[in-house]
Design a protein around this ligand. Structure first.
Ligand code: B12
Length: 128
């Protein structure tokens, strides 16, 4: 499978978060686990792109599955991007992991999200 892993929320440092351009270690851990199973993995880190630009970059990769890592403040952007992806290609699976999905899993139920992963994602996503 072609798997895109996306770290959200760095595009507007100062609005919600004080930091930008951090090492995206969550998707690096999950990505290396998934890659070791033979999948084609690409990491996307939202820096200066708008949600629309990031969506287009992700779709250019033609992924089968897109995994989002989002803290709570970045979750609305993730939801918007997942919706844009589903609108253009409903066959792409969307998965959310990270702090928001893990802390309040019950409320992460939207048409544009197929699965949420609670806690560490290496084994869960690595078993696709
Ligand atoms: C270190 C840390 C930082 C460092 C980050 C260093 C870096 N290089 O990234 C610094 C000090 C810079 C920082 C900043 C901030 N932080 Co901070 N930070 C932490 C801390 C202590 C550990 C995070 C970490 O590195 N974990 C290690 C990685 C490997 O694990 P992980 O991210 O959990 O990822 C695993 C799983 O979640 C899952 N997973 C994650 N994403 C995905 C995606 C998919 C598809 C799947 C399947 C699985 C999956 O699998 C991963 C691998 O096992 C946590 C608290 C904690 N003890 O966890 C708070 C924490 C994440 N931070 C938090 C916050 C709020 C912030 C700031 C917004 C604070 C601010 N106002 O500036 C900023 C945001 C920075 C940003 N990236 O936008 C909150 C988030 C709460 C929430 N509900 O969103 C936390 C939980 C602290 C808290 N209890 O409030 N932080």
């Amino acid at each position: 499978m072609k798997i895109a892993l996306v770290e959200l929320g760095l595009w507007n440092p100062g609005k919600y978060a004080r930091h930008s351009a951090l090492e995206p270690i969550a998707i690096e851990y999950v990505g290396s686990a998934v890659k070791s199973k033979g999948h084609n993995v690409r990491l996307f880190q939202q820096r200066t792109e708008s949600n629309e630009e990031l969506t287009n970059k992700i779709l250019d990769f033609e992924p089968d599955l897109v995994g989002f890592s989002a803290m709570t403040y970045a979750f609305p952007d993730g939801l918007e991007i997942a919706g844009r992806i589903k609108q253009k290609n409903p066959d792409v699976y969307t998965v959310f992991g990270g702090y928001h999905a893990s802390s309040i899993p019950g409320i992460v139920q939207y048409d544009s999200i197929d699965f949420t992963v609670i806690g560490e994602g290496e084994n869960t996503l690595g078993s696709v």
